[in-house]
Write a protein that binds this ligand. Structure first.
Ligand SMILES: Cc1cc2nc3c(=O)[nH]c(=O)nc-3n(C[C@H](O)[C@H](O)[C@H](O)COP(=O)(O)O)c2cc1C
Length: 180
């Protein structure tokens, strides 16, 4: 098992996947990580739509003009959506859940990539969230933020180089513009 700090450095976006399904236990563990994530006022208004049907994955991958290719190639995609009538922090709630699932996946040796849906457009100008909602039958108040793709990695990504972190973005005591 990795330490959490190691995990943060070795998690990279993985966009190429082996053509192998995840095990039911792996899928459950990833989804459980989402359900363990904190939410504003503990509202837990998220919904996680797990998709492994290749045809649906292909259609979801076309929800925006570019950047959603991994959805067509992954073993599992989890659409992270939130009931916006039940959460005033829906973007934050969905984001934290997505990040938890990505870190959990990496801990299992599974690659992942965040695919943004919110405020993105399909090739014909249709909002990506409308396409995702229509495909999955989401009610109007359930807003999708992103799709997280998962699969066994079929590419090597180096860990982040901790010598190159942007420490100039860290300000001690007060903001110091000369550090920017
Ligand atoms: C809010 C957000 C939106 C992103 N949207 C996409 C996306 O639509 N497609 C994609 O391939 N990667 C997307 N990414 C992945 C980023 O490109 C990636 O995290 C960044 O380049 C850093 O690389 P790393 O994750 O390998 O460290 C997104 C990441 C975040 C946090």
């Amino acid at each position: 098992m990795n330490s959490l700090h190691d995990l943060l450095a070795i998690r990279r976006s993985i966009r190429q996947y082996k053509n192998e399904p995840l095990t039911p236990e792996e899928v459950k563990t990833i989804l459980e990580a989402g359900l363990l994530s904190p939410t504003g006022k503990n509202c837990r208004a998220w919904h996680f739509i797990a998709v492994d049907n290749p045809e649906m994955l292909q259609r979801l991958s076309e929800c925006k003009a570019s950047g959603a290719g991994p959805v067509a190639r992954c073993a599992l995609a989890v659409v992270v959506a939130v009931d916006i009538t039940a959460s005033t922090t829906w973007v934050e709630d969905a984001s934290i859940a997505a990040a938890y699932m990505m870190l959990q996946a990496r801990d299992l040796g599974i690659g992942s990539c965040w695919i943004e849906v919110n405020a993105r457009l399909a090739a014909d100008g249709t909002p990506a969230e409308d396409i995702v909602s229509e495909l999955l039958g989401l009610p109007e108040q359930i807003q999708p933020l992103c799709i997280v793709t998962f699969g066994y990695p079929d590419e090597d990504r180096k860990p982040q180089n901790t010598d190159k972190l942007l420490w100039e973005r860290v300000h001690l005591g007060t903001f110091r513009p000369e550090q920017c």
